[in-house]
Design a protein around this ligand. Sequence first.
Ligand code: LCS
Length: 392
Amino acid sequence: MTNWHFNTRAVHKGESPCPLTGALRTPIYQTSTFAFKDVEQGGNLFKGEDKGYIYTRLGNPTQTVLEEKMADLEEGEAACAAASGMAAVTSATLAFLNKGDHIISSRPLYGCTYSLFKDFFPRWGIEVSFVDLANIESIPKNIKENTRMIYFETPANPTMKLADLAKVAALGKSNNCITVVDNTFMTPYFQKPLTYGIDIVLHSATKYIGGHGDVIAGIIISNKDYIDEIKKGTLKDLGGVISPFDAWLLIRGLKTLPLRMERINNNAIEVAHFLASSPKIQEIYYPGLAQHPQHQLAKEQMTGFGGMISFELKGGFAAGKKLMNNLKLCTLAVSLGDAETLIQHPSSMTHSVVCEDDRLLAGISEGLVRLSVGIEDARDIISDLQQGLANL
Ligand code: LCS
């Protein structure tokens, strides 16, 4: 079982036919509560002396299947699912942070993660230093007595900057800090941070894990102790748990993750080369292009480059706006990782919650446009971009 390859594990792990009915697909256990056999059993379940389900906020069989599959794919010991990517971020961080602690975070980050750290953490007495993790020296420079956590995205949303997983993990260990990485952009198909020594991996499962743009969800993967602490702590008491139906949608999505990621990666490489060769493009950020300053690192720690491309046009925001308004196949929408190719403007959309000075520090210029390449035919995506660029 353990030596199955990723594609097989994505289909089978965590699942087996229902012993009662033979149903091959995991049922949606759409129930909020579970009946106890007697008072003793109920009490024992609460004490943790019996194994079983109590109440869906504390666990549900559909959720368990998803968690087992995802833990296996990320090569972690355990996982816990959450109601959104942001619920995964809050549950995974706040489980380990106290008033008076300090964390180091990469800049840039997804806009709402940034505003959680920048606006809310200080209100709860947690201090945050935002650093450019492309420069690994920024970690030792910012470590303090009370630094408890290093949090980052690689590649980062939306600039596609990378951080060296092995180096961050080593610095975390030598400084007694928990390392947390948001692996949304790569998925375990292309990048497995736990195998580099990172402590906790999380995802907005809304994106590639679900893969069809029909669910908001998150997931956290780590060792058993950390997952236990999150499940019995922040996830249970802050309450950001996943619904059984959403867990089921993710199980379904995961079965085709390898197929979708392969197609998306191949499409994105073609689209990136097309954009890089266009005279209308000022800058393009895609780790699969040799011109990306961290292309070498991308080849070392990722087994593909994913579907996210950012670029700036000559003519800045005015040109970007015209392009986005003129596309016919690529849809103007936030989110990413869907079957459809999506395009959006970070500075007025996903990262509009970040103040202008901080956006510029993070490298999110006014003219930056972000593309999430879908699973359509690459020729159609390119011809749509071609007609859009021709009309600038
Ligand atoms: N982490 C990353 C890297 C994300 O891109 C997002 C959402 C989240 C966490 C939060 O996940 P959620 O709660 O939405 O499931 N990113 C979005 C984006 O780039 N466009 O729209 C949402």
